[in-house]
Ligand binder design. Structure first.
Ligand code: ZN
Length: 288
């Protein structure tokens, strides 16, 4: 599933390429992936110009000159691909990022007046693209519940530690994955930041010291920023606005490295389940 850095990669690429373009036509296959009234589409999408591309947690927000917003959730396998003089695609890593489009995974096709295209592809069809008035976006249930953005400049280590108090009796990994605690943290960055902070994922939140929270805060921001810099976490078919492929996985230190040596102490990384998710740790560095 795309995590915050991958969605941020999508946002940055689209911000560069689709802002100021005007929408000529729209087509979609199922109403589930594009649950919008045809009258709204005709009035507020067709003919509108894209003003900005925002992100909140893992949700993308494409603002339009009509004061409507396309709210997009990529879910498990969503991806957005822009094809014009420049090409860009990010999200779920598969051949559709670089192959001929539309293809079988294409749910929504948006054609701009200059003849370029934006494709919303989603193999497993859990994602969606919803058109709504921009002022109503903050009232979506998810937006009301979701925690603060971990990469915002004004997000402090004290605020970070304070967010976990609501989950004081659960494991630190479960709390990190809880979107109401911190926005956008998924499995990769939970494992990587816990390895960086030398914290065992099964430790209860109320056993984590202030000092440990401070280190975890720094590690989480570092791994997410590094991933954004590298264009997301995947190692295949991840194309950035500049045509570069994402490479964060090359830099992962614990995630999906079971059986390989810990970069810090050379102990073999092991994998087991925490909070129902495959979890990777160094059993020497991260003690329970
Ligand atoms: Zn180690």
């Amino acid at each position: 599933m795309p995590e915050l850095p991958e969605v941020e990669t999508v946002r940055r690429g689209l911000q560069e390429l689709i802002v100021r373009r005007s929408i000529a036509t729209e087509s979609h296959d199922t109403v589930k992936g594009f649950p919008n009234a045809p009258a709204d589409v005709a009035a507020f999408l067709i003919g509108a110009t894209i003003t900005t591309v925002r992100r909140r947690a893992k949700v993308l927000l494409i603002d339009l000159s009509s004061d409507y917003t396309l709210v997009i959730h990529l879910k498990m396998t969503g991806q957005l691909v822009y094809r014009g003089e420049q090409v860009f695609g990010a999200g779920h890593p598969n051949e559709s990022l670089i192959g001929k489009l539309p293809d079988r995974s294409t749910r929504v096709t948006i054609e701009f007046t200059d003849g370029s295209y934006l494709y919303f592809n989603d193999q497993r069809k859990f994602g969606w693209m919803r058109l709504m008035p921009t002022v109503e976006v903050p009232n979506i249930e998810f937006m009301k519940k979701v925690g603060p953005e971990p990469l915002e400049a004004d997000f402090t280590p004290q605020e970070f530690a304070g967010r976990f108090m609501r989950r004081s009796k659960t494991s630190i990994k479960a709390a990190l994955l809880d979107q109401s605690v911190i926005a956008g943290v998924g499995n990769i960055y939970a494992d990587e930041s816990l390895w960086g902070a030398k914290i065992h994922p099964n430790r209860l939140v109320n056993t984590i010291t202030d000092k440990e929270f401070q280190v975890l805060y720094t590690e989480l921001r570092e791994v997410m920023n590094l991933a954004i810099e590298k264009g997301g976490s995947t190692d295949k078919n991840y194309v950035t606005a500049e045509g570069k492929r994402g490479s964060y996985m090359d830099f992962a230190r614990a995630f999906r490295r079971e059986g390989l040596p810990c970069p810090r102490c050379a102990t073999e990384i092991i994998k087991f389940k925490v909070a129902g998710r495959g979890t990777h740790i160094c059993p020497s560095c991260q003690l329970l």
